[in-house]
Design a protein around this ligand. Structure first.
Ligand SMILES: Nc1nc2c(ncn2[C@@H]2O[C@H](COP(=O)(O)OP(=O)(O)OP(=O)(O)O)[C@@H](O)[C@H]2O)c(=O)[nH]1
Ligand SMILES: [Mg+2]
Length: 598
């Protein structure tokens, strides 16, 4: 069967998965209510975390489609996916227009010589402005150096949520047929060079407890069979051998076990336990390996360690250093952008620590969230950016930040980002919304998102994308909140919290168990404050003790892993269990710390 390979790419939230779901439903592969965002974390957050392959058969042609994540932390995964497909569907929100990740994924596609199909999506939005957005997309193509052929792209308009696509805005359409027909018309059939020896390249890894590591990749040339002996070549030419034990292709939403697959198709294969991204699997020892696939370097690092808080071991199922180490080793099998130092230097008296390097706060918090759901309990230190020496110059990661905010609050956003050593590179205004672009050290951005939400009353949109290591900019002044630290063990009492809530923001509500050294809130003033959240009111004799239902408490700012990672100080640990997220001081008093570090 003829094969076409495409990927849907876009900025976060522009509607890739919804469109993909629509395609799956209309082609009879999936039922109503289905979503490609099948992972529990994806559903909870409403974002795609992992790229996913599926296929449909349309008019007798097999179409492999990859849904990709739009969040910038997963940009390198998209980049890798692009190596396995022939054409991209570039989706752009008809209101927002091209955003930072649109630029990134388009740039990568153009560099690979692809001719994108442009989809202006969400044209049903009241503030949609498809015509202007089309102009902006054209400008972006030009700016990114598109060839004449690439510039001559086809545009489709769509309402992914209603499963509708059309060639012209004024067309009547009931389904996605115009899009699927365009795919058949414009996406070149995958070359099926089956008469030459096998050449395949994995762009992603998966893991199965039964088969072990799985390589996900495109067969460029030849055929692959179960039981076949193969050579594995690194881009540098190093060579080793292996044997294919299982082979799968994608059929609908599932993988289908097959005995043989041919050039043009995307497959998953088992039997090569040490296979890695970008290596070439081939039949002949003399075959030239395919060009390397870049895997992005980590930008932040933090320590993972066993929980040793006073509440350690109460809620977790897996709590020991050995269990955490084994889980992290397993993660390295599939989490391509992750690196781990299992023996970093530690402070005297500190438990065994693993230093985990990731691509951003979301990348790391997804791992932590997954672990806690599996029953793990552990604590982590504050994420720090990775500092590198490049040509003798101390360098740090930088991000490009784009924000859309109401024009009234843009001044405050500019002030704060500038204070954090951000440099404004662009500013435009349209209908009361100001779009600002900044280049800012990742260090400056850490901890800013929470403030941004407050400053824009939850209405602002902020997206950031790693742009490279640049010379270190020196000290960054941030307004740091102090911590409210419990000096007692016991249960928090409403009356005490009612008194404390005037002095800052509380992370806990009444009845929550606390311990000495636990951080129960922040203080609006910069200094730390030792407080007693367990102290009740002296009761008059006709009211029963412990009941204080009449007290009016502000709902607490409940900690999540991401919020915790963002607001924690260098001297804190974030304690993560299947049931709770708590912040605590690593050492209660400075004198204790001095004692321990001696
Ligand atoms: N108005 C409108 N909303 C849409 C449309 N398509 C999707 N949405 C909404 O846009 C939001 C994001 O949709 P997703 O499909 O998850 O976006 P995505 O591009 O896959 O997001 P990531 O994978 O996280 O990058 C959801 O709330 C959808 O319901 C559309 O055609 N019109
Ligand atoms: Mg998605």
């Amino acid at each position: 069967m003829e094969i076409r390979n495409i990927a849907i790419i876009a900025h976060v939230d522009h509607g890739k998965t919804t469109l993909m779901d629509g395609i799956m439903k209309q082609s009879g592969v999936a039922k109503e209510g289905f979503s490609m965002d099948s992972n529990a974390l994806e559903q909870e957050r409403g974002i795609t975390i992992y790229a996913k392959n599926a296929s449909i058969t349309y008019k007798g042609v097999k179409v492999n489609i990859v849904d990709t994540p739009g969040h910038a932390d997963f940009g390198s995964e998209v980049e890798r996916v692009l190596r396995s497909i022939d054409t991209v569907l570039l989706l752009v929100d008809a209101q927002e227009g091209p955003m930072p990740q649109t630029r990134f994924v388009l740039k990568k596609s153009l560099e690979l010589g692809m001719k994108p199909i442009v989809l202006i999506n969400k044209i049903d939005k009241p503030a949609a402005r498809p015509k202007e957005v089309l102009d902006e997309i054209l400008e972006l193509f030009i700016e990114l150096g598109a060839t004449d052929e690439q510039l001559d792209f086809k545009t489709i308009y769509s309402i992914g949520r209603q499963g509708i696509a059309k060639h012209n805005l004024t067309d009547d359409s009931k389904d996605l047929t115009p899009l699927l027909d365009t795919v058949l018309e414009l996406v070149p059939p995958a070359p099926s060079n089956t008469s030459i020896p096998l050449r395949m390249q994995p762009f992603n890894l998966a893991y199965d407890s039964y088969t072990g590591r799985l390589a996900l990749g495109r067969i460029y040339e030849g055929k692959v069979k179960v039981g076949q002996n193969v050579f594995i070549k690194k881009p540098t030419g190093e060579i080793r051998t292996g044997k294919v034990t299982k082979l799968y292709t994608f059929k609908g939403l599932d993988r289908e076990e097959v005995n043989e697959a041919s050039a043009g198709d995307i497959v998953m294969l088992a039997g090569l336990p040490d296979i890695f991204i970008g290596e070439t699997i081939c039949e002949n020892e003399a075959t030239i390996p395919l060009p390397a696939i870049a895997v992005d370097e980590p930008t932040i690092a933090l320590n993972f360690l066993v929980n040793n808080s006073p509440f350690a071991g109460r809620e977790g199922k897996f709590v020991t250093t050995r269990q955490i180490r084994e889980r992290l080793e397993k993660e390295l099998e599939v989490n391509v952008g992750l690196k781990i130092d299992f023996n970093p230097p530690t402070m005297p008296g500190q438990p065994d620590t693993f230093k985990v390097f990731g691509r951003g706060e979301l990348h790391v918090s997804v791992l932590l969230e997954t672990m806690r759901r599996e029953g793990f309990e552990l604590q982590v230190s504050q994420p720090q950016v990775i500092i590198k020496e490049i040509d003798g110059v101390k360098s740090e990661p930088f991000e490009e930040v784009t924000v859309d905010v109401r024009s009234e609050v843009s001044g405050e956003v500019i002030r704060k980002l500038s204070q954090r050593k951000g440099l404004m590179t662009n500013m435009t205004e349209r209908e009361g919304i100001t779009r600002l672009t900044f280049e800012i050290p990742t260090r400056g951005l850490l901890g800013y998102r929470g403030e941004f939400v407050v400053d824009t009353r939850g209405e602002g949109i902020l997206s950031a994308r790693f742009v490279g290591f640049r010379p270190h900019v020196g000290t960054i002044e941030k307004h740091e909140f102090g911590s409210m630290i419990s000096m007692e063990n016991g249960d928090a009492v409403g009356f005490a919290l009612w008194n404390l809530q005037e002095r800052g923001t509380l992370y806990i509500g009444a009845g929550v168990p606390v311990y000495e050294g636990m951080i129960i809130g922040n203080t609006s003033k910069g200094d730390d404050l030792e407080v007693n959240p367990c102290k009740g009111k002296v009761m008059s004799n006709y009211r029963s003790a412990g009941k204080d239902e009449a007290i009016d408490l502000i709902p607490p700012f409940t900690l999540t892993i991401e919020r915790g990672l963002e607001i924690m100080h260098e001297s804190d640990y974030l304690e993560i269990t299947p049931e709770s997220v708590r912040l605590r001081k690593q050492y209660l008093k400075k004198s204790d710390r001095d004692k321990k570090s001696k």
